[in-house]
Design a protein around this ligand. Structure first.
Ligand code: MN
Length: 171
């Protein structure tokens, strides 16, 4: 059995041809993502075992990484952090795909270093648009977020005291 590569994709049309690494443990999603990307002319490569994902990324040198968050072994969040720390891959844009969006998930995913976040079941339109924007603007883009206020917390405008330290009546 092929552990890593999905070879069933063939790209034909499309303007930007990009190498896109998909990290996803679900075979149906791999097929869906590969077919979508190939239909846009891209070259998708899929990894099903997240333990191999970092090495695969170093070898494949993708223009974009699409990763599931709910992965066995190495979680999507850990993988995103590893990619961000890797000298060679640090600038590669990352799009996270996840089935569960509990409160705070998006913040955690963005804080780990992903530029975009798409929830499953994916909207084909949104998936394709997000891919295009990430390829166009790279690591600087933020196609699915309204703002990046969450990283701009260093300035604590003063006045009123810190809400996190208030009270203390409850543990
Ligand atoms: Mn999964």
């Amino acid at each position: 059995m092929r552990a890593n590569a999905y070879n069933g994709c063939k790209g034909v049309k499309g303007s930007i041809v990009a190498r896109i690494l998909i990290v996803e443990d679900n075979a149906l999603n791999i097929k869906l993502f590969c077919d979508l990307l190939a239909a846009h002319g891209h070259q998708p490569e899929a990894v099903t075992d997240s333990r191999n994902a970092l090495d695969a990324a170093k070898q494949f040198e993708p223009d974009l990484v699409i990763t599931d968050i709910q992965l066995p072994h190495v979680s999507g969040l850990e993988l995103i952090r590893m990619i961000r720390k890797d000298e060679k891959l640090a600038q590669v844009p990352i799009m996270a795909v996840t089935a569960y969006s509990a409160q705070g998930d998006e913040e955690r995913i963005r804080a780990a270093g992903a530029q975009a976040y798409v929830s499953k079941p994916i909207s084909v339109m949104k998936f394709a648009q997000t891919v295009d924007q990430l390829l166009e603007h790279g690591c600087d883009s933020d196609p699915t977020g309204e703002s990046q206020d969450s990283w701009a917390n260093e300035s604590d405008g003063g006045g009123g005291g810190g809400p996190s330290e208030a009270g203390g009546e409850e543990a």
